[in-house]
Design a protein around this ligand. Sequence first.
Ligand code: SF4
Length: 457
Amino acid sequence: MTLTEKILARAAGKTSVQAGDNIWVNADVLMTHDVCGPGTIGVFKREFGQAAKVWDKNKIVIIPDHYIFTADSKSNRNVDILRDFSREQGIEYFYDVIDDSNGHWVFDAAKGNMKRQYGSRYAGVCHTALPAKGHTRPGEILFGTDSHTCMAGAFNQFATGIGNTDAGFVMGTGKLLIKVPETMHFRLEGKLQPGVMAKDIILHCIGEIGFDGATYRAMQFDGEGALNLSIDDRMTIANMAIEAGGKNAMFEFDSRTAEYVDARVKLNGTKSTYEPVARDKNEKFVYELVVDLSKLEPTVACHPDPGQRKKAKDMDMKLDRAYVGSCTGGKTSDFVEFARVLRGKKVVIDTFGVPATPDIVNDLQSTYWGHSTIWQILVDAGVQMTENAGCAACLGGPVDTFGRINKSGIKCISATNRNFPGRMGDKESQVFLASPMTVAASALTGKVTDPREYLGN
Ligand code: SF4
């Protein structure tokens, strides 16, 4: 069996499964957020009754992150619905925006959107927060009401996005019927060259197979090249499996996985036991690609879908804005590489930076390069950095969302993960996906630029 099949078989209580089998699996964690949480709760109450209790209050994680820093009252109200439900059900892992468990969330637009407006429990973007808060464990099953739930495949976990109806059912029963996906094999060899990032790996792979090339398939990334990647890098790659239509992503378990997971479950006091799965000799793949990482170059996915692959060096396209943020591209390591290119220089187009989580804001504000923090280096370069960590303009959001594209015709280069028309706001705008380094180099020139031109400067 492949790694995905092994996890699914275990979760179904079977000794083996194969692609195409329909099986009932037990969930280890169900995650939801402010956009889909209220709908999921509605389905749960409708189907199981107003007084029903969730199947396991310790296995439900609720992370408001999407439409948070907006004066839109319906969006604010969604956070209150999650709070009321968490209190009613005794759900501990609710990462509220505010500290008052009986309060109401209201974004104060008069304070502006740069200074933090959240309490001590707020966790930021769900997919980045889940592992950081100790909710991802190798060998487990994670369902989330968000397509980028596949990011947790970085941890040797079966993680996939589901709709509100399925999530309402999982909330009541802890089970879900799953068709075992076929597995595509991406064997990574060698090492990335300077100026090339994990984002370039996944943009390369999606470019090979197209934005629907992995539809309802598992994408397994392994090999010596994968084992050389940091956990952040693996998360970037796993996150974008869905941009090729993938059901889930899967990485092997190794000492890096163990080190990260063990540290996070200890820090947060979450469940510390887990059982990873290892590769065996009899894996059956429907597709195989060997990627020599040393040959990859800075890559861009052009408008209008993540499969429109071009090399940055072959593009000469003017841009209007640049954006770094999201679960894919808003991690500390992403901002470090962004700052490495921008340090001591000035951007020439509107450039926005949105850390994925409050912890990342703290990292950037407390890490010094010489006399300046990384945060200050970015601000000095002209980047508009917000402390209000979250999804922000990654998916557009209400019109007052920080960094949202509100004008047609705007061309934006972005470290986010999705670029279908209208994704970051106006339907007539265009989004070009790239690594944080490529976004930085492009922000310095105002056109798509290969970041290797700035290495060592
Ligand atoms: S940052 Fe973007 S891709 Fe990630 S969960 Fe939020 S909206 Fe989705």
